[in-house]
Design a protein around this ligand. Structure first.
Ligand SMILES: [Fe+2]
Ligand SMILES: [Fe+2]
Length: 233
């Protein structure tokens, strides 16, 4: 299947040598352009979310938790009749990555005096998941994998932006350190989905969902969150 090779190992966040940081500057556009997304986040979004970094970290922590839960939920949904090679190992590895990200983000949140809230909503993910073709066997699984890939890709795009432009160097380092891992998850989910059916049908569905994602992210309300919008400002 070949997807395990593209799974990026957990990233251990730590301060990077200055030379790497300067190398990263200017690479953001190229990396963002490599993503298939059809809506480019405006710079205004960064200005808005960085006004409330603790709330942004809290939202981010919840998203990492949900990503871990999603990987474990997918673990039990392998295509019938038998799990593809490495399916369980891949989902376990993604869940482990996300738990590690959760630990990193919650530690930083606590050190900065923030608190993890008990409840969290993500209207973007909820809207995306409404497009999953429930009860349709392989098509449902394909949609679940594509939706997971879209969420990872959007997170990746936003980590790249924050990593490049956040004036808070500690936060910039955090986001830079996470984007490669999320890019690896995006690739894994896409590859698994594309293994599920005839290429023409799979590509058409992927294109359809990319359009839906672009419309959904553009309509999100403004709040300090990774998947928020820019509202009317
Ligand atoms: Fe993550
Ligand atoms: Fe991820």
């Amino acid at each position: 299947m070949g997807v395990a090779a593209s799974l990026v190992r957990p990233t251990h966040w730590k301060a990077r040598p200055l030379v790497l940081e300067s190398l990263f500057m200017g690479m953001g556009n190229a990396l963002r352009n490599a993503l298939p997304l059809r809506y480019g986040t405006p710079h205004m979004w960064m200005e808005l979310v960085l006004r409330a970094p603790l709330l942004l970290l809290n939202d981010h922590a919840h998203l990492e938790k949900k990503a871990a839960t999603n990987a474990l939920e997918l673990l039990g949904r392998w295509p019938d009749p038998t799990p593809p090679d490495q399916w369980v190992q891949i989902m376990t590895a993604v869940a482990r990555d996300e738990c590690e990200h959760l630990a990193i983000v919650t530690r930083l949140l606590a050190r900065r005096g923030g608190r993890l809230t008990k409840y969290h909503r993500n209207p973007y993910a909820t809207a995306l998941r409404r497009n999953v073709r429930l009860g349709r066997g392989t098509e449902e699984l394909m949609d679940r994998l594509f939706v997971s890939a879209l969420i990872e890709a959007r997170s990746c795009e936003r980590f790249l932006l924050l990593g490049e432009y956040s004036p808070d160097q500690e936060l910039a380092n955090l986001y830079r350190s996470l984007h490669a891992s999320e890019a690896g998850h995006y690739r894994v989910f896409v590859d698994l989905a594309k293994d599920l059916g005839p290429a023409s049908g799979v590509e058409a569905r992927w294109s359809e969902l990319l359009d839906l994602e672009a419309a959904i992210i553009a309509q999100q309300p403004q709040y300090p969150g990774m998947h928020s919008g820019v509202g009317n400002e």
